[in-house]
Design a binder for this molecule. Structure first.
Ligand SMILES: [Zn+2]
Length: 461
Protein backbone atom coordinates (compact mmCIF):
# COMPACT_ATOMS: atom_id res chain seq x y z
CA UNK A 1 0.00 0.00 0.00
CA UNK A 2 3.00 2.30 -0.37
CA UNK A 3 1.30 4.19 -3.20
CA UNK A 4 -1.64 5.35 -1.07
CA UNK A 5 -2.08 9.11 -1.36
CA UNK A 6 -0.58 11.24 1.42
CA UNK A 7 -3.88 12.81 2.41
CA UNK A 8 -5.23 9.35 2.81
CA UNK A 9 -2.45 8.29 5.17
CA UNK A 10 -3.24 11.16 7.51
CA UNK A 11 -6.90 10.22 7.52
CA UNK A 12 -6.03 6.67 8.33
CA UNK A 13 -4.12 7.66 11.42
CA UNK A 14 -7.16 9.23 13.04
CA UNK A 15 -7.98 7.25 16.11
CA UNK A 16 -11.55 6.18 16.16
CA UNK A 17 -14.04 5.82 18.93
CA UNK A 18 -15.77 2.47 18.84
CA UNK A 19 -18.57 1.04 20.86
CA UNK A 20 -20.91 3.89 20.00
CA UNK A 21 -24.54 2.86 20.45
CA UNK A 22 -25.74 1.23 17.24
CA UNK A 23 -28.67 3.54 16.60
CA UNK A 24 -26.53 6.68 16.71
CA UNK A 25 -24.32 5.41 13.91
CA UNK A 26 -27.13 5.75 11.40
CA UNK A 27 -26.91 9.54 11.23
CA UNK A 28 -23.26 9.97 10.31
CA UNK A 29 -21.11 9.33 7.29
CA UNK A 30 -18.79 6.35 7.19
CA UNK A 31 -15.79 6.23 4.84
CA UNK A 32 -14.06 2.95 4.06
CA UNK A 33 -10.73 3.99 2.63
CA UNK A 34 -7.62 2.48 1.12
CA UNK A 35 -8.22 -1.13 0.17
CA UNK A 36 -9.11 -3.03 -2.96
CA UNK A 37 -12.80 -2.90 -3.90
CA UNK A 38 -14.81 -5.71 -5.46
CA UNK A 39 -18.26 -4.35 -6.28
CA UNK A 40 -20.12 -7.67 -6.76
CA UNK A 41 -19.97 -7.60 -10.56
CA UNK A 42 -17.61 -9.81 -12.52
CA UNK A 43 -15.43 -6.78 -13.14
CA UNK A 44 -11.83 -5.82 -12.33
CA UNK A 45 -11.26 -4.48 -8.80
CA UNK A 46 -10.78 -0.80 -8.00
CA UNK A 47 -7.42 -0.48 -6.23
CA UNK A 48 -6.83 1.94 -3.32
CA UNK A 49 -10.56 2.62 -3.31
CA UNK A 50 -12.99 4.51 -1.09
CA UNK A 51 -16.66 3.94 -0.32
CA UNK A 52 -18.73 6.65 1.34
CA UNK A 53 -21.88 5.78 3.28
CA UNK A 54 -24.45 8.31 4.49
CA UNK A 55 -27.22 6.99 6.68
CA UNK A 56 -27.93 3.51 5.36
CA UNK A 57 -27.02 4.25 1.71
CA UNK A 58 -23.84 4.10 -0.33
CA UNK A 59 -23.31 7.59 -1.77
CA UNK A 60 -19.90 7.41 -3.49
CA UNK A 61 -17.54 4.69 -4.76
CA UNK A 62 -14.24 4.99 -6.63
CA UNK A 63 -10.46 5.38 -6.37
CA UNK A 64 -9.72 7.12 -3.04
CA UNK A 65 -7.85 9.87 -4.88
CA UNK A 66 -11.11 10.84 -6.65
CA UNK A 67 -13.42 10.67 -3.65
CA UNK A 68 -14.00 13.46 -1.17
CA UNK A 69 -14.12 12.23 2.42
CA UNK A 70 -16.89 14.07 4.32
CA UNK A 71 -15.43 15.95 7.32
CA UNK A 72 -17.85 14.24 9.71
CA UNK A 73 -17.10 10.75 8.42
CA UNK A 74 -16.00 7.93 10.65
CA UNK A 75 -13.07 6.56 8.68
CA UNK A 76 -12.36 2.85 8.51
CA UNK A 77 -8.88 2.11 7.23
CA UNK A 78 -9.08 -0.76 4.77
CA UNK A 79 -5.53 -0.43 3.43
CA UNK A 80 -4.09 -3.82 2.56
CA UNK A 81 -7.51 -5.44 2.66
CA UNK A 82 -10.47 -6.00 0.33
CA UNK A 83 -13.89 -4.34 0.50
CA UNK A 84 -16.79 -6.24 -1.02
CA UNK A 85 -20.56 -6.54 -0.70
CA UNK A 86 -21.80 -8.46 2.32
CA UNK A 87 -22.43 -12.08 1.40
CA UNK A 88 -26.00 -13.22 0.75
CA UNK A 89 -26.75 -16.79 1.82
CA UNK A 90 -29.61 -18.30 -0.16
CA UNK A 91 -30.12 -21.20 2.28
CA UNK A 92 -29.78 -20.67 6.02
CA UNK A 93 -31.25 -22.26 9.16
CA UNK A 94 -31.31 -20.10 12.27
CA UNK A 95 -32.95 -22.76 14.48
CA UNK A 96 -29.90 -25.04 14.19
CA UNK A 97 -26.26 -24.11 14.54
CA UNK A 98 -23.96 -27.01 13.71
CA UNK A 99 -25.01 -29.36 16.52
CA UNK A 100 -24.18 -32.93 15.52
CA UNK A 101 -27.33 -34.78 16.52
CA UNK A 102 -30.86 -33.60 15.67
CA UNK A 103 -32.39 -36.12 18.10
CA UNK A 104 -30.69 -34.30 20.98
CA UNK A 105 -30.85 -30.79 19.58
CA UNK A 106 -34.54 -30.28 18.91
CA UNK A 107 -35.77 -31.20 22.42
CA UNK A 108 -33.15 -28.79 23.79
CA UNK A 109 -34.25 -26.07 21.36
CA UNK A 110 -37.85 -26.15 22.67
CA UNK A 111 -38.57 -22.87 24.45
CA UNK A 112 -35.20 -21.38 23.55
CA UNK A 113 -36.21 -20.05 20.12
CA UNK A 114 -34.97 -16.50 20.52
CA UNK A 115 -31.70 -17.46 22.21
CA UNK A 116 -30.87 -19.79 19.32
CA UNK A 117 -32.05 -17.39 16.61
CA UNK A 118 -30.01 -14.54 18.08
CA UNK A 119 -26.92 -16.69 18.36
CA UNK A 120 -27.23 -17.89 14.77
CA UNK A 121 -27.90 -14.40 13.45
CA UNK A 122 -24.87 -12.91 15.21
CA UNK A 123 -22.59 -15.70 14.01
CA UNK A 124 -23.74 -15.24 10.42
CA UNK A 125 -23.36 -11.47 10.53
CA UNK A 126 -19.88 -11.64 12.07
CA UNK A 127 -18.91 -14.08 9.28
CA UNK A 128 -19.84 -11.47 6.68
CA UNK A 129 -23.35 -12.69 5.79
CA UNK A 130 -25.49 -9.55 5.64
CA UNK A 131 -28.60 -11.10 4.08
CA UNK A 132 -30.15 -14.52 3.78
CA UNK A 133 -33.27 -16.62 3.52
CA UNK A 134 -34.20 -19.02 6.32
CA UNK A 135 -35.73 -22.18 4.89
CA UNK A 136 -37.47 -23.94 7.80
CA UNK A 137 -38.18 -22.79 11.31
CA UNK A 138 -41.16 -22.49 13.65
CA UNK A 139 -43.54 -19.54 13.20
CA UNK A 140 -41.61 -17.73 15.94
CA UNK A 141 -38.99 -17.02 13.27
CA UNK A 142 -41.31 -14.42 11.70
CA UNK A 143 -41.24 -12.17 14.75
CA UNK A 144 -37.48 -12.63 14.99
CA UNK A 145 -37.13 -11.63 11.32
CA UNK A 146 -38.99 -8.41 12.06
CA UNK A 147 -36.68 -7.57 14.98
CA UNK A 148 -33.53 -8.20 12.93
CA UNK A 149 -34.81 -6.26 9.96
CA UNK A 150 -35.62 -3.33 12.26
CA UNK A 151 -31.99 -3.53 13.51
CA UNK A 152 -33.21 -4.27 17.03
CA UNK A 153 -30.91 -7.30 17.20
CA UNK A 154 -27.72 -7.96 15.19
CA UNK A 155 -28.12 -10.25 12.22
CA UNK A 156 -28.37 -10.48 8.45
CA UNK A 157 -31.38 -9.05 6.63
CA UNK A 158 -33.73 -12.01 6.81
CA UNK A 159 -36.36 -13.52 4.60
CA UNK A 160 -38.12 -16.50 6.19
CA UNK A 161 -40.24 -19.43 5.07
CA UNK A 162 -41.54 -20.46 8.47
CA UNK A 163 -42.37 -24.20 8.54
CA UNK A 164 -41.83 -26.15 5.36
CA UNK A 165 -44.64 -27.84 3.43
CA UNK A 166 -44.22 -31.61 3.14
CA UNK A 167 -46.00 -34.92 2.95
CA UNK A 168 -43.50 -36.49 5.40
CA UNK A 169 -43.03 -36.15 9.14
CA UNK A 170 -39.45 -37.19 9.79
CA UNK A 171 -39.18 -38.50 13.37
CA UNK A 172 -36.28 -36.36 14.50
CA UNK A 173 -37.82 -33.07 13.43
CA UNK A 174 -40.26 -31.19 15.66
CA UNK A 175 -43.87 -30.70 14.58
CA UNK A 176 -43.56 -26.92 14.54
CA UNK A 177 -40.95 -27.15 11.75
CA UNK A 178 -43.45 -28.42 9.18
CA UNK A 179 -46.99 -28.26 7.93
CA UNK A 180 -48.20 -31.59 6.60
CA UNK A 181 -50.54 -32.29 3.74
CA UNK A 182 -51.79 -35.36 1.93
CA UNK A 183 -53.34 -33.86 -1.20
CA UNK A 184 -52.81 -30.92 -3.56
CA UNK A 185 -55.85 -29.17 -2.05
CA UNK A 186 -54.32 -29.41 1.41
CA UNK A 187 -50.99 -28.20 0.06
CA UNK A 188 -52.74 -25.08 -1.29
CA UNK A 189 -54.46 -24.50 2.05
CA UNK A 190 -51.12 -24.78 3.91
CA UNK A 191 -49.52 -22.33 1.52
CA UNK A 192 -52.40 -19.89 1.97
CA UNK A 193 -52.07 -20.14 5.74
CA UNK A 194 -48.33 -19.40 5.60
CA UNK A 195 -48.74 -16.50 3.18
CA UNK A 196 -51.47 -14.98 5.37
CA UNK A 197 -49.14 -15.32 8.35
CA UNK A 198 -46.53 -13.24 6.51
CA UNK A 199 -43.83 -15.58 5.22
CA UNK A 200 -41.49 -14.21 2.54
CA UNK A 201 -41.03 -17.51 0.68
CA UNK A 202 -42.55 -20.98 0.66
CA UNK A 203 -40.23 -23.94 1.26
CA UNK A 204 -41.37 -27.32 -0.03
CA UNK A 205 -39.74 -30.43 1.36
CA UNK A 206 -39.58 -34.12 0.53
CA UNK A 207 -42.57 -35.75 -1.12
CA UNK A 208 -44.04 -32.65 -2.76
CA UNK A 209 -45.53 -33.83 -6.07
CA UNK A 210 -45.87 -31.91 -9.29
CA UNK A 211 -49.60 -31.53 -8.58
CA UNK A 212 -48.85 -30.28 -5.05
CA UNK A 213 -46.46 -27.74 -6.55
CA UNK A 214 -49.07 -26.49 -9.02
CA UNK A 215 -51.58 -26.08 -6.18
CA UNK A 216 -49.07 -24.15 -4.07
CA UNK A 217 -48.12 -22.02 -7.05
CA UNK A 218 -51.76 -21.12 -7.65
CA UNK A 219 -51.72 -19.10 -4.43
CA UNK A 220 -48.02 -18.24 -4.07
CA UNK A 221 -47.71 -16.92 -7.64
CA UNK A 222 -50.44 -14.25 -7.38
CA UNK A 223 -49.18 -13.33 -3.88
CA UNK A 224 -45.66 -12.77 -5.23
CA UNK A 225 -44.22 -15.34 -2.82
CA UNK A 226 -41.42 -17.44 -4.39
CA UNK A 227 -41.29 -21.21 -3.88
CA UNK A 228 -37.96 -22.72 -2.81
CA UNK A 229 -37.96 -26.46 -3.44
CA UNK A 230 -35.89 -29.10 -1.67
CA UNK A 231 -35.12 -31.42 -4.62
CA UNK A 232 -32.60 -34.10 -5.50
CA UNK A 233 -33.68 -36.78 -7.97
CA UNK A 234 -33.87 -35.92 -11.68
CA UNK A 235 -37.60 -36.69 -11.96
CA UNK A 236 -38.36 -34.66 -8.84
CA UNK A 237 -36.46 -31.71 -10.28
CA UNK A 238 -38.41 -31.93 -13.56
CA UNK A 239 -41.69 -32.15 -11.63
CA UNK A 240 -40.81 -29.12 -9.52
CA UNK A 241 -39.92 -27.10 -12.59
CA UNK A 242 -43.15 -28.05 -14.38
CA UNK A 243 -45.14 -27.29 -11.22
CA UNK A 244 -43.76 -23.75 -10.96
CA UNK A 245 -40.86 -23.99 -8.50
CA UNK A 246 -38.91 -20.71 -8.40
CA UNK A 247 -35.60 -21.79 -6.82
CA UNK A 248 -34.09 -25.29 -6.89
CA UNK A 249 -32.55 -25.94 -3.48
CA UNK A 250 -29.96 -28.71 -2.89
CA UNK A 251 -30.23 -29.94 -6.51
CA UNK A 252 -27.18 -32.04 -7.19
CA UNK A 253 -26.03 -32.62 -3.63
CA UNK A 254 -27.94 -35.81 -2.73
CA UNK A 255 -26.52 -39.25 -2.16
CA UNK A 256 -28.78 -41.28 -4.39
CA UNK A 257 -28.44 -38.91 -7.31
CA UNK A 258 -25.78 -39.57 -9.93
CA UNK A 259 -25.07 -36.98 -12.61
CA UNK A 260 -28.09 -35.23 -14.13
CA UNK A 261 -29.00 -35.62 -17.78
CA UNK A 262 -27.57 -33.08 -20.18
CA UNK A 263 -31.14 -32.22 -21.12
CA UNK A 264 -32.07 -31.21 -17.56
CA UNK A 265 -28.91 -29.20 -16.94
CA UNK A 266 -29.29 -27.42 -20.30
CA UNK A 267 -32.94 -26.63 -19.53
CA UNK A 268 -32.11 -25.19 -16.11
CA UNK A 269 -29.31 -23.08 -17.58
CA UNK A 270 -31.25 -21.89 -20.63
CA UNK A 271 -34.35 -20.95 -18.62
CA UNK A 272 -32.29 -19.22 -15.95
CA UNK A 273 -33.87 -21.27 -13.15
CA UNK A 274 -31.84 -20.49 -10.03
CA UNK A 275 -29.88 -23.35 -8.46
CA UNK A 276 -28.65 -23.29 -4.87
CA UNK A 277 -26.62 -26.46 -4.63
CA UNK A 278 -25.37 -26.24 -1.01
CA UNK A 279 -22.29 -28.33 -1.61
CA UNK A 280 -19.75 -27.34 1.03
CA UNK A 281 -21.28 -29.25 3.93
CA UNK A 282 -20.60 -32.38 1.94
CA UNK A 283 -17.58 -31.69 -0.26
CA UNK A 284 -15.69 -29.65 2.28
CA UNK A 285 -16.91 -29.77 5.81
CA UNK A 286 -17.28 -33.48 6.46
CA UNK A 287 -13.84 -34.51 5.11
CA UNK A 288 -12.31 -31.38 6.67
CA UNK A 289 -13.58 -32.55 10.07
CA UNK A 290 -12.44 -36.14 9.59
CA UNK A 291 -8.97 -34.94 8.63
CA UNK A 292 -8.75 -32.25 11.30
CA UNK A 293 -11.18 -32.87 14.15
CA UNK A 294 -9.36 -30.12 16.05
CA UNK A 295 -11.43 -27.65 14.04
CA UNK A 296 -14.37 -28.43 16.36
CA UNK A 297 -12.37 -26.67 19.09
CA UNK A 298 -11.53 -23.64 16.91
CA UNK A 299 -11.93 -20.68 19.28
CA UNK A 300 -13.33 -18.56 16.45
CA UNK A 301 -16.25 -20.97 16.34
CA UNK A 302 -16.58 -22.02 19.98
CA UNK A 303 -16.25 -18.54 21.45
CA UNK A 304 -19.09 -17.29 19.28
CA UNK A 305 -21.55 -19.47 21.21
CA UNK A 306 -23.10 -18.54 24.56
CA UNK A 307 -21.75 -20.98 27.16
CA UNK A 308 -24.82 -23.19 27.42
CA UNK A 309 -25.04 -23.68 23.65
CA UNK A 310 -21.29 -24.23 23.33
CA UNK A 311 -21.50 -27.14 25.77
CA UNK A 312 -24.44 -28.64 23.88
CA UNK A 313 -22.65 -28.42 20.55
CA UNK A 314 -19.31 -29.78 21.75
CA UNK A 315 -20.92 -32.70 23.58
CA UNK A 316 -22.66 -33.73 20.35
CA UNK A 317 -19.26 -34.42 18.82
CA UNK A 318 -17.43 -35.90 21.80
CA UNK A 319 -20.00 -38.47 22.92
CA UNK A 320 -19.15 -40.93 20.10
CA UNK A 321 -17.71 -41.09 16.57
CA UNK A 322 -19.95 -38.79 14.57
CA UNK A 323 -19.23 -40.41 11.19
CA UNK A 324 -21.00 -43.62 12.31
CA UNK A 325 -24.30 -41.83 12.76
CA UNK A 326 -27.15 -42.35 10.26
CA UNK A 327 -27.02 -38.65 9.24
CA UNK A 328 -23.60 -39.26 7.67
CA UNK A 329 -24.25 -42.77 6.34
CA UNK A 330 -24.20 -41.77 2.67
CA UNK A 331 -22.00 -38.69 2.92
CA UNK A 332 -18.93 -40.09 1.12
CA UNK A 333 -21.14 -40.95 -1.84
CA UNK A 334 -22.84 -37.56 -1.67
CA UNK A 335 -19.44 -35.91 -1.91
CA UNK A 336 -18.59 -37.73 -5.12
CA UNK A 337 -21.97 -37.03 -6.70
CA UNK A 338 -22.06 -33.39 -5.58
CA UNK A 339 -18.77 -32.76 -7.32
CA UNK A 340 -20.13 -34.15 -10.58
CA UNK A 341 -23.31 -32.07 -10.41
CA UNK A 342 -21.44 -28.89 -9.43
CA UNK A 343 -19.23 -29.22 -12.48
CA UNK A 344 -22.29 -29.83 -14.67
CA UNK A 345 -24.01 -26.64 -13.48
CA UNK A 346 -20.83 -24.57 -13.66
CA UNK A 347 -19.91 -25.84 -17.14
CA UNK A 348 -23.45 -25.09 -18.36
CA UNK A 349 -23.23 -21.60 -16.82
CA UNK A 350 -26.43 -22.11 -14.82
CA UNK A 351 -27.65 -19.29 -12.58
CA UNK A 352 -26.06 -20.41 -9.31
CA UNK A 353 -26.72 -18.57 -6.07
CA UNK A 354 -24.62 -19.26 -2.98
CA UNK A 355 -26.41 -21.19 -0.25
CA UNK A 356 -24.95 -23.20 2.57
CA UNK A 357 -27.63 -25.09 4.53
CA UNK A 358 -25.80 -23.42 7.40
CA UNK A 359 -26.60 -24.83 10.82
CA UNK A 360 -26.78 -28.46 9.66
CA UNK A 361 -24.43 -30.86 11.49
CA UNK A 362 -20.77 -29.69 11.37
CA UNK A 363 -21.88 -26.66 9.33
CA UNK A 364 -21.26 -23.73 11.69
CA UNK A 365 -22.63 -20.28 10.92
CA UNK A 366 -19.24 -18.81 11.80
CA UNK A 367 -17.67 -20.33 8.68
CA UNK A 368 -20.34 -21.76 6.36
CA UNK A 369 -20.28 -18.91 3.83
CA UNK A 370 -16.55 -18.85 3.11
CA UNK A 371 -16.47 -22.64 2.88
CA UNK A 372 -19.28 -22.68 0.31
CA UNK A 373 -17.62 -20.00 -1.84
CA UNK A 374 -14.35 -21.88 -1.56
CA UNK A 375 -16.05 -25.10 -2.69
CA UNK A 376 -17.51 -23.31 -5.72
CA UNK A 377 -13.98 -22.27 -6.68
CA UNK A 378 -12.71 -25.83 -6.16
CA UNK A 379 -15.46 -27.03 -8.50
CA UNK A 380 -14.48 -24.69 -11.31
CA UNK A 381 -15.76 -21.16 -10.77
CA UNK A 382 -13.19 -18.39 -10.95
CA UNK A 383 -12.75 -16.44 -7.74
CA UNK A 384 -14.57 -13.39 -9.12
CA UNK A 385 -17.46 -15.55 -10.39
CA UNK A 386 -17.83 -17.19 -6.98
CA UNK A 387 -17.78 -13.84 -5.18
CA UNK A 388 -20.37 -12.45 -7.59
CA UNK A 389 -22.48 -15.57 -7.03
CA UNK A 390 -22.30 -15.06 -3.26
CA UNK A 391 -23.27 -11.37 -3.49
CA UNK A 392 -24.92 -9.95 -6.61
CA UNK A 393 -26.42 -13.19 -7.94
CA UNK A 394 -27.71 -14.42 -4.58
CA UNK A 395 -29.33 -11.04 -3.88
CA UNK A 396 -30.96 -11.14 -7.32
CA UNK A 397 -32.24 -14.68 -6.78
CA UNK A 398 -33.75 -13.67 -3.44
CA UNK A 399 -35.34 -10.57 -4.97
CA UNK A 400 -33.23 -8.26 -2.77
CA UNK A 401 -32.70 -5.59 -5.37
CA UNK A 402 -31.10 -3.02 -3.10
CA UNK A 403 -28.17 -5.12 -1.88
CA UNK A 404 -25.54 -7.43 -3.36
CA UNK A 405 -23.41 -4.79 -5.05
CA UNK A 406 -21.44 -1.74 -3.97
CA UNK A 407 -22.65 1.22 -6.01
CA UNK A 408 -24.15 4.63 -5.25
CA UNK A 409 -27.78 4.41 -4.19
CA UNK A 410 -27.61 0.84 -2.88
CA UNK A 411 -28.13 -0.03 0.78
CA UNK A 412 -24.84 -0.09 2.67
CA UNK A 413 -24.10 -3.78 3.28
CA UNK A 414 -20.32 -4.02 3.03
CA UNK A 415 -17.65 -6.28 4.48
CA UNK A 416 -13.87 -6.04 4.66
CA UNK A 417 -11.72 -9.15 4.39
CA UNK A 418 -8.07 -9.44 5.32
CA UNK A 419 -6.20 -10.07 2.08
CA UNK A 420 -6.94 -10.66 -1.58
CA UNK A 421 -9.72 -13.22 -2.25
CA UNK A 422 -8.90 -13.13 -5.97
CA UNK A 423 -5.57 -14.78 -5.05
CA UNK A 424 -6.81 -16.99 -2.21
CA UNK A 425 -10.57 -17.32 -1.85
CA UNK A 426 -10.19 -18.63 1.70
CA UNK A 427 -9.43 -15.13 2.99
CA UNK A 428 -13.23 -14.75 3.01
CA UNK A 429 -12.84 -16.56 6.33
CA UNK A 430 -11.05 -13.50 7.73
CA UNK A 431 -13.78 -10.87 7.87
CA UNK A 432 -12.49 -7.88 9.82
CA UNK A 433 -15.34 -5.39 9.38
CA UNK A 434 -19.07 -5.73 8.76
CA UNK A 435 -21.49 -2.95 7.93
CA UNK A 436 -25.17 -3.71 7.43
CA UNK A 437 -27.77 -1.06 6.66
CA UNK A 438 -25.17 1.62 7.35
CA UNK A 439 -24.50 0.28 10.85
CA UNK A 440 -21.07 -0.97 11.88
CA UNK A 441 -21.52 -4.43 13.41
CA UNK A 442 -17.92 -5.62 13.39
CA UNK A 443 -14.78 -3.54 13.64
CA UNK A 444 -11.13 -4.66 13.42
CA UNK A 445 -12.17 -8.28 13.88
CA UNK A 446 -14.41 -7.71 16.91
CA UNK A 447 -18.23 -7.81 16.75
CA UNK A 448 -19.77 -4.77 18.43
CA UNK A 449 -21.74 -6.97 20.83
CA UNK A 450 -18.45 -8.24 22.25
CA UNK A 451 -17.29 -4.69 22.89
CA UNK A 452 -17.94 -3.13 26.27
CA UNK A 453 -21.30 -1.53 26.69
CA UNK A 454 -22.99 -3.56 23.96
CA UNK A 455 -25.19 -6.18 25.50
CA UNK A 456 -28.18 -7.98 24.12
CA UNK A 457 -30.51 -10.57 25.54
CA UNK A 458 -28.22 -13.35 24.30
CA UNK A 459 -25.73 -12.37 27.00
CA UNK A 460 -28.28 -13.43 29.56
CA UNK A 461 -28.46 -9.93 31.04
ZN1 LIG B 1 -31.75 -26.75 4.51
Amino acid sequence: MSSAPRALISLLTISLAIGTPVAAQQDRAIALVGGQLLDGYEAPPIHHAAVIIRGNRIVAVGPASDIEIPPDAEVINTAGKTMMPGMVDAHVHIMILGHGDYADWFPWFEGRDDLVYETSAKQLLAAGVTAGVDLAAPMSSLAFRDRVNANEVPGPRLLVSGPWITRYAWDFLPDELRVLHSSPDEARERAEMLIDAGVDVIKTWIGTTEEDMRAIKSVAGPAGVPIHCHVYEEEVVWGAIRGGCDVLQHAGSGGSVPAYSDELVAHIAMEGIPVVQTIAHRIWIYPATLEFPERLWDPDILDSFPTEIREQVLSSYTKDDFWRRPYFSSTPRQIRNSEKAARQFIDADALMAMGTDTGSPLNFHAESAWREVSALVDMGMTEIEAISSATKVSAQVLGLREVGTIEPGKLADIIVVDGNPLFDINVLGYVTDVIKDGIIYKRDGVPVWEMSGMRTSTDGS
